[in-house]
Ligand binder design. Structure first.
Ligand code: IVH
Length: 683
């Protein structure tokens, strides 16, 4: 074929793709097809045939290239060209009022005269799309705001996302941002279709689908996306307002919510909020509030950012949805430390698009306070990911039954203890209680502890029930044969009619064993946390690791020495000390070390030694989240505490500091700015 022929064919293919792209846009984005299904199929088939004949001419943005990418082994980390920020929230009118007052002060304008772009806050997964020369190059998740994961293959399967931008006025490089979601209907559909695992809500379903390494899974999920902002742009865009921006990205082929509206002043914002809140049920996708954005982009620039959120926007969140249902039964769940949590079995009810069957009753005091009985009609609330809880009793049942604490553990039959001054009742079974055993192992393998992957809660439950694992040291005795036998035994039991929903293929078995192996090389702080000592969270574990540096030194630490550590109170110190006095615990630790555990002290990144210096943080930080600063202090060998005492090395102050600043001044403790601290550790 001559070069001339190739050029002609290339041109023909381009025309064909453009045509199909427009039809796709009309069908998927506008929901208004201008062509019959048959005619579309003929065109698409023509494209496929031509591409089959001339595979060298297949381009990335061809409509034929949405599905079929080979599975990845992991997601690559990608830096956003502009950071992806989050939004500050308000929940009440009064707080919105304060926000408006602040805006007025900063801009010197009456808010009643200001325009806002009011937009539903979509409850999905934030996504960043990078287009170069109008072609989709990389799609990334938000990640930590600076770096996300490359999920391009999955994003390409979403038909409403253009692989090539429409129109001619497209900047050379541009980031377009929005939210990937699954509609309420789509969510019901995939959940009814999934035999095993169900998603808790549409957001989890969307996030779970985008985080699959094999894009054929995403291709089969009803994913969709709305867009609402621009990140980096290489060319100046001649737009003056957020509403123009929305129009511009609509013209490039993106789906933009048609609920968005320009409103005036706080009144306009609240009217919009009330209006959307009222029709929330009938909106086909989940929203959890309204975002108000100052419409004028010049004003936005003037306002800038604070911490990691813009001053020019605020999210007005909806209150958690409440529904009324009946408590049918109450059972007691035993946690890893033996604490009993009463859980109500409810007559199933749909709350915010999710079918709710259980609600936590927290503890016996709560039941008493709210006067909750079995048979009562109660109001339940679901807030985000939190387990639903009972707000109050709406109607008492005449034959209501009292909820009483069992005398024996429902799981191991050991005695239940409840100290008078404590809200919680505890099973005294400790190591003989299967629930406590399972809880301890599940905590041990969790991400923030040893991060052993491939073993879910259910599988751990079964392995303990089948006595393959009795304590955490048994994890290291698992091998292929044991796990394969376990799977085979399971198949035999299935034949005998018992239901089991766990499947474990050879590949999963290998992944589990590999993950156990690679978790052996671990930070000392993670290991301390993983031991599940009561009151020892991540921060305490890291403070302990920084102070003692080896597990032996921690094991031999005296109570008086432990309590010296400032964020450790007498109860935590006693728990830590007692834990390492217990011979069984020491045997367990020795056995894990003998299996090949390698403990590393947290790395120090700075030249300055801030070892053992105790820091307290107060106020809102500018360039890092509180969590990030805490990590930075700890990773550099310092200690973080919540209260200011004479032993505090310095208090790091941000905007609007709290009473900790007054206390520091009173005690003569050094007060430093965030920047000063970064200087100390050379960043
Ligand atoms: S604007 C700097 N607009 O809410 C502006 N965000 O809590 C940042 N979200 O990460 C985003 N709907 O995932 C914006 N209409 C909307 C939104 C929206 C949902 C999400 C987004 C963001 C999170 C912030």
């Amino acid at each position: 074929m001559s070069i001339k022929d190739t050029v002609y064919i290339k041109k023909d293919l381009e025309k064909l793709r453009d045509k199909i792209n427009i039809y796709n846009y009309q069908y998927y984005v506008l929901d208004n097809s201008k062509i019959s299904d048959h005619d579309y199929d003929v065109l698409f088939q023509k494209l496929l045939t031509m591409e089959e004949m001339f595979p060298d001419l297949i381009t990335d943005d061809s409509p034929s290239q949405r599905v079929g990418a080979s599975p990845l082994s992991k997601f690559e980390a990608v830096n956003h060209k502009e950071p992806m920020l989050s939004l500050n929230n308000v929940f009440k009118s009064e707080d919105l009022n304060l926000y408006m007052e602040r805006l007025e002060k900063q801009l010197n304008i009456d808010h009643k005269k200001m325009e806002f772009s009011a937009e539903p806050k979509l409850d999905g997964l934030a996504i960043n799309l990078l287009y170069e020369e109008g072609i989709l190059k990389i799609a990334t998740t938000r990640g930590d705001g600076t770096t996300g994961e490359n999920v391009t293959n999955n994003i390409r399967t979403i038909r409403t996302i253009p692989l090539r931008l429409l129109g001619k006025d497209v900047p050379k490089t541009i980031e377009i941002r929005g939210e990937v979601y699954i509609s309420k209907k789509g969510f019901e559909f995939i959940n009814s279709d999934m035999t095993e695992k169900k998603f808790a809500n549409p957001r989890n379903a969307a996030a779970g689908s985008i985080r699959q390494l094999d894009s054929s899974i995403a291709a089969n999920r009803p994913l969709d996306a709305f867009f609402y902002s621009i990140g980096f742009s290489s060319d100046e865009l001649k737009i003056k307002t957020q509403s123009d921006l929305l129009e511009k990205i609509t013209s490039w082929g993106f789906k933009v919510s048609n609920l968005n509206k320009v409103v005036i002043g706080q009144n306009g914002c609240e009217n919009f909020y009330n209006n959307i809140f009222e029709k929330r049920e009938s909106i086909p996708f989940e929203i959890d509030g309204i975002v108000y954005k100052v419409n004028d982009l010049n004003m936005q620039k003037k306002l800038g950012f604070i911490s990691r959120a813009p001053r020019w926007a605020i999210a007005h969140k909806f209150p958690a949805e409440e529904k009324v249902t009946i408590i049918e039964k109450v059972r007691f769940q035993v946690g890893r430390t033996g604490v009993l949590t009463p859980v109500a079995s409810l007559r199933p009810i749909q709350v915010g698009g999710v079918l709710i069957r259980n609600a936590t009753l927290h503890n016996m005091d709560e039941i008493k306070k709210k006067d909750i009985h079995i048979g009562d009609k109660v109001s339940i609330r679901r807030a985000g990911d939190v387990i639903p809880e009972i707000v109050n009793v709406v109607e008492k049942n005449i034959s209501r039954k009292k909820i009483s604490l069992p005398k024996k553990c429902p799981d191991c039959n050991s005695k239940i203890e409840k100290a008078k001054d404590m809200a919680f009742a505890k099973c005294t079974g400790k190591k003989v209680c299967p629930s406590q055993k399972k809880g301890a192992i599940i905590h041990y393998i969790s991400k923030k502890a040893m991060d052993i992957q491939g073993l879910g809660d259910k599988l751990i439950g079964r392995l303990v029930d089948e006595k393959l694992i009795n304590d955490i040291s048994d994890l290291y005795k698992l091998d292929e044969i044991k796990l394969q036998n376990f799977v085979m035994n399971k198949a035999i039991r299935e034949d005998s009619g018992k239901e089991y929903e766990i499947t474990l293929g050879d590949k999963s078995i290998k992944n589990i064993l590999d993950s156990i192996q690679s978790s052996m090389n671990v930070k000392l702080s993670n290991f301390i946390f993983s031991l599940g000592i009561s009151e020892v969270g991540e921060v305490t574990a890291r403070n302990l690791s920084n102070k003692y540096k080896t597990i032996d030194k921690l094991i031999n630490a005296k109570y008086e020495d432990i309590i010296e550590l400032r964020d450790i109170g007498p109860i935590a110190a006693k728990n830590i000390f007692d834990f390492f006095q217990d011979k069984n615990n020491l045997k367990l630790i020795q056995s894990i070390i003998d299996s090949g555990l390698k403990l590393n002290v947290n790395k120090k990144v700075s030249a300055t030694n801030i070892s053992d210096e105790i820091y307290v943080i107060t106020g809102k930080l500018k360039s890092k989240s509180r969590e990030e600063l805490k990590n930075l202090i700890i990773d550099n060998g310092g200690i973080v505490s919540n209260s200011v005492t004479k032993k505090t090395y310095a208090v790091i102050v941000g905007d609007n500091p709290g009473s900790k600043l007054d206390k520091a001044k009173k005690l003569g403790v050094k007060v430093i700015s965030e920047e000063k601290f970064y200087e100390r550790i050379d960043i």
